[in-house]
Design a protein around this ligand. Structure first.
Ligand SMILES: NC(=O)c1ccc[n+]([C@@H]2O[C@H](COP(=O)([O-])OP(=O)(O)OC[C@H]3O[C@@H](n4cnc5c(N)ncnc54)[C@H](O)[C@@H]3O)[C@@H](O)[C@H]2O)c1
Length: 262
């Protein structure tokens, strides 16, 4: 007889790293995984927010470290995973979440900006997943959770953001491709696609003159009539990181208040 259902969501004895873990969605993921029992490496390019988050986790009785990493740099990603292995000996869960968005008409987007968005939102997911999977394969078990977006499924309106949408669609198919490739190694690769979620990233955009006109237009298209909170996303990451989802791989959980239904 299998363990009781809630026990299969527990992450005791597991280790997790979360990129972009210093704020926003990534920070909420750190708390969710930590509260479920995992030791947490908070990875961020911003050392201050990574350390503050690690300290807040520690205060709650969760074992945590901060790692400063630019996830677009291969040598830094290799160092990131090595830091976890040196500290805890193994990596069970990799949550590849760091990302950025820019509103830009494609006709005026220069190639450098396109590359920057693709580099952070898609290239880094490959770099992190591959480097994490090398260690997971040694142990014969691993869980990778990538942050995609509802923008992987639809083209947002009224703002134009072809680079962002394309990068996130790439995350979905990379997730499926790696899932099929690594299933024989007992490594699951899944993604979460949030809808509009209240975080610093979105708040900054909404403060601009263009942004101020945006929110009511967005909410008209969200059947649930509100943005997500970061807490709305926490259950999915625990599910995908835990043994409860051991038969799920290559799948994407859309949490968008129904946006993609219309
Ligand atoms: N907020 C939303 O509405 C929303 C919706 C769908 C998907 N997402 C995705 O969720 C993820 C997190 O978004 P958020 O809203 O929490 O953003 P955020 O800006 O609040 O947090 C992003 C974090 O990533 C870190 N980061 C940026 N570049 C990095 C790099 N090169 N290396 C390491 N860390 C880096 C930042 O310092 C920051 O702490 C992103 O991938 C975003 O595309 C967000």
């Amino acid at each position: 007889m299998a363990e009781k259902i809630l026990d299969r969501f527990k992450l005791d004895g597991k280790t997790a790293l979360v990129t972009g873990g210093g704020q926003g969605i990534g920070q909420a993921y750190c708390f969710a995984l930590g509260e479920a029992g995992a030791k947490i490496a908070v990875v961020d390019i911003n050392t201050t927010v990574a350390e503050e988050t690690a300290q807040a986790l520690t205060k709650k009785g969760i074992e945590a470290i901060a790692i400063t990493t630019d996830v677009t740099k291969e040598d830094e990603v290799i160092k990131m995973v090595k830091t976890v292995i040196d500290k805890w000996g193994f990596l069970t869960i990799g949550v590849n979440n760091a990302g950025m968005g820019v509103w830009r008409d494609a006709l005026t987007q220069d190639f450098a900006e396109w590359r920057k968005i693709l580099s952070l939102n898609l290239d880094s997911i490959f770099l992190c997943s591959r480097t994490e999977a090398v260690e997971m394969a040694k142990k014969g078990y691993g869980k990778i959770v990538n942050t995609a977006s509802m923008s992987a499924h639809i083209s947002n309106t009224p703002q134009n953001q072809a680079a962002y949408n394309s990068s996130k669609a790439g995350v979905l198919h990379l997730t499926r491709s790696l899932a099929a490739e690594w299933a024989p190694k007992n490594i699951r690769v899944n993604s979460i696609s949030p809808g509009y979620t209240k975080t610093a990233l979105v708040d900054k955009l909404l403060e601009t003159p263009e942004g101020k006109t945006m929110l009511p237009k967005w909410l008209e298209k969200v059947p649930m009539g509100r943005m997500a909170t970061v807490e709305d996303l926490q259950g999915a990451v625990v599910y995908l990181a835990s043994p409860a989802s051991d038969y799920a791989t290559g799948t994407d959980i859309i949490i968008d208040g129904g946006y993609c239904c219309w």
